[in-house]
Write a protein that binds this ligand. Structure first.
Ligand code: COI
Length: 354
């Protein structure tokens, strides 16, 4: 791929690496590439980060044809920078684009574009503990029309943001509210796709959760509001009687890269992982009986997030005395050890950016 480079006159001041938070700062450059039916994907450019001019009738502003991804670049102790399973994000975006009837951005181009931009912005990859450079690729329909049809033109963009922990709590357990009124996804819908529309519909749950003093919302299945599915910004796993339970990937749950990696590691360690429908009643009962040993979320932004409390209807369940569980901590250490290059990557998941 031929990538043009447009240099900016002045570079931004870098933020304090100990106070990054999540998604607040953006780097100097972004990657942009356009698609139309006549030319296919064309005009790849790394240009100064800045506004994207848009006609008020642009399709994405009306009918939300938009997909996105999230991955990270990590600074290793030897100074090198590495990515974690970027091809999985590329493939998931291809599936999201297919579902939203958008131009598919090919896997090799995705990985090449990510690497090229991260290389240009290598000074922005932080080195403080638990920090990384969050990579946000996204694509949207750019055609100007109010007709509801598959758009004919798209833009693929990558922006970068140096980040710390997603939750203010860091690695301290968070409290989660189980949503039993609104739903996030139904079979045949877009639940498995990473598209902005899914998140727009889920904000109401997040608002309710925050009002209830919780960090996030736990969604139940859309048909019966009975089975546990996923949390606002991460997949979720439960350790009950020594075994792990997590919702299956059957069209309504996001196929998380961290979810997949943790399942691999757990199986490697000899754990039984049940990718099965677990009802909220069984879960609460296990909690009441003291059989719910640990709960944790998995996600690129959230990494491994211990859950210390579950609020469902009038009941509040405390998990593991609101402390991080032994397995949760071990998984966090293993995963982040591989991601930051402190542990041997025996699964071949990391790629150095050169
Ligand atoms: C990620 O983990 O990368 C996500 O996309 C979650 C995000 C919505 C904050």
């Amino acid at each position: 791929m031929d990538i043009k480079f447009i240099k900016r006159d002045q570079l931004k001041e870098k933020p304090d690496e100990t106070k990054l938070g999540f998604g607040k700062y953006f780097t100097d450059y972004m990657f942009v590439m356009d698609y139309d039916e006549a030319q296919g994907w064309h005009d790849a450019v790394i240009m100064p980060y800045g506004p994207i001019p848009m006609d008020p009738s642009t399709v994405v502003l009306h009918y939300a044809q938009e997909t996105f991804e999230g991955l990270k670049a990590y600074r290793r102790a030897d100074g090198k920078i590495q990515l974690f399973r970027p091809e999985m994000n590329a493939r998931r975006m291809m599936r999201s684009n297919e579902r939203l009837c958008m131009a598919v951005f090919p896997e090799e181009m995705f990985v090449e574009a990510v690497k090229a931009l991260v290389k240009v912005e290598s000074d922005w990859v932080p080195s403080q503990p638990d920090t990384s450079l969050y990579i946000r690729p996204f694509e949207f329909a750019t055609e100007s029309t109010l007709g509801v049809h598959q758009a004919k033109a798209y833009k693929f963009v990558i922006i970068l943001s140096p980040v710390g922990a997603y939750y203010e709590e860091g690695l301290d357990p968070v409290k989660i509210m189980v949503e039993d009124e609104y739903v996030r996804a139904v079979k045949g819908g877009t639940g498995f796709a990473k598209c902005g529309g899914n998140y727009a519909g889920s904000i109401i749950g997040q608002v309710k959760a925050e009002k209830a003093g919780c960090a996030q919302v736990l969604w139940l299945d859309g048909e019966q509001r009975k089975y546990v599915e996923e949390v606002g910004s991460m997949n979720i796993m439960f350790k009950i009687d020594g075994e792990i339970y997590t919702a299956p990937i059957e069209g309504t749950v996001l196929p998380g890269v961290t979810r997949d990696s943790i399942i691999h590691i757990l199986k490697d360690w000899g754990y039984k992982v049940n990718e099965t429908r677990l009802s909220i009643d069984e879960l609460m009962q296990a909690g009441r009986e003291g059989r719910l040993e640990e709960v944790f979320g998995t996600g690129t932004a959230a990494v491994i997030s211990p859950v210390g409390g579950l609020v469902y209807k009038e009941e509040e369940l405390t998990v593991n005395d609101f402390k991080i569980g032994e397995l949760t901590q071990k998984l966090y250490d293993c995963l982040t050890g591989i991601q930051w290059g402190k542990l041997e990557d025996k699964y071949g998941w990391t790629t150095v950016v050169e």
